[in-house]
Structure formats: C-alpha cells, structure tokens
Design a protein around this ligand. Structure first.
Ligand SMILES: Cc1ncc(COP(=O)(O)O)c(C=O)c1O
Length: 392
C-alpha cells in the first residue's frame, strides 16, 4: 500500500473524463441519462450518488482505513446521520466536552425523539462503565476536547465499549487521519467537520462519516440518501483539494504552535497554557502514545491584569473568529463567542473562564504571529491599567 502522503495527493483516480485531466472533474449533473429504461445504471440521481463526491468518499475511507465513507453538507449533517441510526429507547454515552452543536442536536432534537444520553468524562475511564445501562448502544466522544485540549485514549475507551458491545463513535475533527486513525484503534465510526483541517481554507462547510463495516455503511448510506443532506460536487472538490496538502499544513501549524508556546511561556501575563504537546501532563502522556502529532489548536489563560476582550480585539494579523483548522490563524474568546450559549456557571464549571483565549494556529511565519500576540498583550495590559486609573 502506498504511503499516507501519497494517498493524500492521489486518492483513487477516476479516469473517465476522456481528457487526461489529473484531477477528478466536478460532475455538475443532478440527473443521469439511462441508455434504456431497463438498464441497471451506476449513476442516476445526485442525492443517491455523484462521481466527484464519491471520489472524496473513497479518498477519506482510504485515509481513515475504513470500509465506507459518506460526505455530507456540514459536520452537523454528518453527526445527525450517525445518531439517526439509533432507535427510540436507545441510550448513548457522550463525552462531557463535545462540540456545543452536537450537544444541542442531542439534547434538543434526538432526546425529544426518544433517545436518551448520559454525559461521561472519557478521560476518567472508570466513569464510563458505571454509566452503562442495559439499553446503552454507543459511546460518542472527541479524543481532543475543545477548547481545553484534554486528551482521551481511543484505544482504552473502545476496549471498554467492545466489552459491553457498544459502538465507539469518534469525532476526529481536531486530529484528522494524519494525527490519529480511530478505526485502527478500535472505533467503529469516525465523523468529521471537514470544514476544519480537511478543507483547510475557511471556504467550505462539509462533513464526513467513515465506518469500519459494510453493515454500518449501509445504515449511514440509507440516511444519507433518504434524508439527503449530501455534499455538493463543488464543495466535494474543495475538500478533495484541501486534503492534498493536509500533512504539510498540519506540520507547519504544529511547528508554529510550539513557537507560540515558547513565547507565551515567557510572558508573565499568561497564567496557563493548554496544549497536548506540553510535557509533564496526563494529556501529553496519552497524546504521545496515540497521536502522530499534537495539532494546531492551543488555548491560554490571561492573568487578572490583562483585559482579554481588549487583547483579542487588538490582534491585527490573527483574525477574531470561531472555527479552526485553516491556513490563516484565528483567535477567539470561548466565554464570549463559541461557548456563550452555556450559562455562566456552566462555562466556569467546564473551565471556560472570561480570560481564556483559543488560538487556531495557521501556516503564516511564526515570528509574525508572535509579534501580533506581543503587541496585543502590551495593549491589553495597558488598557487594564488605564481603566483602573479611570475608575480611581
Ligand atoms: C469538533 C467539531 N465537530 C463538529 C462540528 C460541526 O461541524 P460543521 O460546523 O461543519 O457543521 C464542529 C464545528 O465547529 C466541531 O468543532
């Protein structure tokens, strides 16, 4: 089998466009002509299948080393398709720091339709077994959590799940198959917000599901075709193209993350840094065992003397925006932005303080990123001093 980087670039070519084009064409056709009314055709209607989408689906199946892949119009559409395979009366365990949108669809949509959920901390393996009920069917979690980057072992969680005949479902958005292949570690289903690292350029919304068995694949395909939340051929092409540079982007993002951490460690205004690549933590121990790298997202806590709002507002090069995984660096204040829906007490309980900054590191020159952070820090320290002077 060819290497991972070769697979990123080439995928499984479909040589049917009669031009020699090195890339899969964008097949913009909602319907396909039958040679005759009784013909058995490979393609008939875009919701059921599209060659550009299929190229991407095969490409990610190969990268995740799964059996079947499915591309959806967003990460949430993919996650919806996965939970739609369960029935009323089923119970599912979910990680305690999953993406807010996933929590919302479970709590405000699937719960009303009869599926029940219990929240478990997958970094504390002993809590998983005690939450399993007779009707528990699956465990769903993110191996690296957002925004505090806590790491769970997919191997250990999947082992417990197998013992109790539960499916293990992993949201691999933060890591991608470049850094971790959950299906190889015992998971049954992987989901992605391909909007992030796989797309890599903040220009497309997409989701993916990859299964480890034909049986699960059939169930997901039924939902994909029946509900129809499919990825368009144009968007499938953008994700295909993004994937070709996944490893070079992620290597650079990780290198930049380490350069930024070296700078932050020297700053007295920064009281805590969260990143799985920082040695000496439990997260580092699991990450260095299971991951090929530590990723491009880090978070840090600012001290009392720093105005966190002024800090993010004053960044010039690093854009103030939610989302992550793209070539450009993005910063956000989870307390006010990505996690603002949670009541303040819940935010604090989850470790999301008003001084926590999340940085999704891009591929720029790290000295420019550090210079931007430095000038914003200087400004925000001074702005607190000025505000205090005004109060007195
Ligand atoms: C970990 C994770 N999973 C799923 C999603 C949802 O994906 P999308 O925004 O593509 O629907 C997100 C979006 O931020 C995410 O961060």
């Amino acid at each position: 089998m060819t290497g991972f980087n070769t697979n990123l670039v080439h995928g499984e070519s479909i040589h049917d466009n009669q031009t020699g084009a090195v890339n899969t064409p964008i097949y913009n056709s909602s319907t396909y002509a039958y040679p005759s009314a009784t013909s058995k055709v490979r393609w008939d209607y875009e919701r059921s299948g599209n060659p550009t989408r299929e190229f991407l689906e095969k490409q990610v199946t190969r990268l995740e080393e799964g059996k079947n892949g499915f591309a959806f119009a967003s990460g949430m559409a993919a996650i919806h398709a996965v939970f739609a395979i369960f029935k009323p009366g089923d119970h599912i365990l979910i990680g305690n720091q999953i993406y807010g949108g996933t929590y919302r669809i479970l709590n405000q949509y699937f719960k009303e339709r009869g599926t029940s959920f219990s929240v478990v901390d997958t970094t504390k393996l002993e809590t998983i077994e005690s939450a399993i009920q007779t009707n528990t069917k699956a465990i769903y979690f993110e191996p690296v959590t957002n925004p505090l980057l806590h790491v769970s072992s997919v191997t250990a969680v999947a082992k417990i799940a197998k013992k109790h005949q539960l499916l293990t479902i992993v949201d691999n958005t933060f890591l991608t198959p470049y850094l971790q292949k959950p299906l190889k570690l015992g998971a049954d289903i992987v989901v992605h917000s391909a909007t992030k690292y796989l797309g890599g350029h903040s220009d497309v919304i997409a989701g993916l599901v990859i299964t480890n068995s034909e049986k699960l694949g059939k169930q997901i395909y039924f939902i994909q075709n029946a509900l129809g939340g499919v990825l368009s051929p144009e968007s499938a092409n953008l994700i295909r193209r993004g994937i070709q540079t996944l490893s070079v982007r992620m290597d650079r993002q990780q290198q930049n993350a380490f350069d930024i951490i070296r700078f932050l460690k020297k700053r007295s205004e920064v009281t805590q840094i969260y990143y799985p690549g920082i040695e000496g933590t439990k997260d580092y121990l699991i990450a260095s065992r299971e991951l090929k790298g530590f990723g491009g997202v880090l978070s840090f806590e600012l001290g009392e003397k720093v105005d966190a709002v002024a800090f993010v507002n004053h960044l010039q090069l690093i854009r103030l925006a939610v989302s992550l995984g793209a070539v450009e660096s993005l910063a956000e204040l989870p307390y006010e932005m990505s996690h603002a829906e949670l009541p303040p007490a819940e935010r604090m309980k989850a470790g999301i303080s008003p001084k926590l900054i999340r940085l999704a590191v891009g591929i720029e020159d790290s000295q420019d990123l550090v210079a931007d952070l430095e000038q914003a820090l200087e400004f925000s320290v001074n702005s607190v001093t000025l505000n205090q002077a005004n109060v007195q």
